[in-house]
Design a binder for this molecule. Structure first.
Ligand code: A2P
Length: 283
């Protein structure tokens, strides 16, 4: 099972490659090339990652057919609102050199969400975006969106890993047939997670690495995961999770190591909101 089926019937790879923080064009292209070679077909970027042009070039140079790829990008806060969303989306397409996106997400729950959603619904109906969703939304923000949406979001992309499992949000999303799409799926490389003593015996049993156990846990929990690495060996090993299956007991061991503490920004924190909304992209 290398795909999940979204609530609009579209297939999404269960593992994707995240390109956050790869701002150098050549580095971004070379790393993404390793990922595509390793088999990743879901590429997750954002206008705020400042690398959509490099991502587009890497896609072209890969020679992989467009329909085999699942390309996600995200709308930045300054571009929320009906008109601005349409314009920002066109600029994203141009930078990527594509004529449609597989998925477009509202990056943060700030600004004119209703206006943006309306624009995204129209782009969806026009076939320019195959699936629409959100990122960093709380349960309350999802509820507000669901009240006004005529097209349901397909995912909510949030921080999620075994140390911060988002159990409440996960249950809410499941009830509403919306996939959890995990950023920081490996806890951003945090040693407390990657070297967690509970993972090693499970990894040893399957002859796998702890990171692979974590990614398999995401998949069996029904979440899409977007691991990142700058190292070709890790990019490849993070994608080698198809030949084993965790038992329910092992899943429960991993479920039990949740600390319910974030490693990164809490979108509901006023300071975080201030910091993110004050960051204006010069693109
Ligand atoms: P590196 O780029 O040196 O490989 P996340 O996917 O949760 O955002 O985590 C990304 C971080 O985890 C990066 O710092 C990356 O470092 C590290 N990382 C990625 N894959 C592995 C792995 N298989 N083992 C150890 N660390 C990893």
């Amino acid at each position: 099972m290398n795909y999940f089926i979204l609530n609009n019937g579209m297939k999404i790879p269960v593992l994707g490659f995240g390109v956050w923080n790869l701002k150098d064009t050549e580095q971004c292209k070379s790393i993404l090339n390793s990922a595509i070679q390793a088999g990743y077909r879901l590429i997750d970027t954002a206008s705020a990652y400042l690398n959509e042009t490099a991502v587009g070039e890497a896609i072209k140079e890969s020679g992989v057919k467009r329909y085999e790829l699942f390309v996600t990008s995200k709308l930045w806060v300054q571009d929320t609102g009906y008109e601005k969303t349409k314009e920002a989306f066109e600029r994203t397409l141009q930078r990527l050199g594509l004529d449609y996106l597989d998925m477009y997400l509202i990056h943060w729950p700030y600004g004119d969400i209703a206006g943006s959603w309306k624009a995204m619904e129209e782009l969806y109906h026009e076939g320019k975006i195959k699936a629409i969703g959100v990122s960093n939304f709380s349960i309350g923000e999802m509820q507000n969106l669901l009240e006004i949406a005529s097209v349901k979001p397909v995912v909510n992309q949030v921080e999620c890993h075994p140390l911060f499992q988002q159990k409440e949000l996960r249950a809410f999303l499941k009830e509403n047939e919306i996939y959890l799409d995990a950023w920081f799926p490996l806890g951003s490389g945090n040693k407390d997670l990657l070297e967690h003593p509970q993972l090693k015996p499970i990894a040893d049993k399957y002859g796998k690495e702890n990171a692979q156990i974590i990614l398999r846990w995401h998949m069996q929990e029904g979440a899409i995961a977007l691991p990142k690495s700058t190292k070709p060996e890790r990019i490849a090993s993070n994608f080698a999770i198809w030949d084993f299956e965790l038992t329910e007991q092992e899943m429960n061991v991993i479920r039990s190591i949740d600390t319910n503490k974030r490693l990164s920004n809490n979108p509901e924190d006023e300071e975080v909101k201030k910091k993110i909304t004050s960051w204006v992209l010069d693109i």
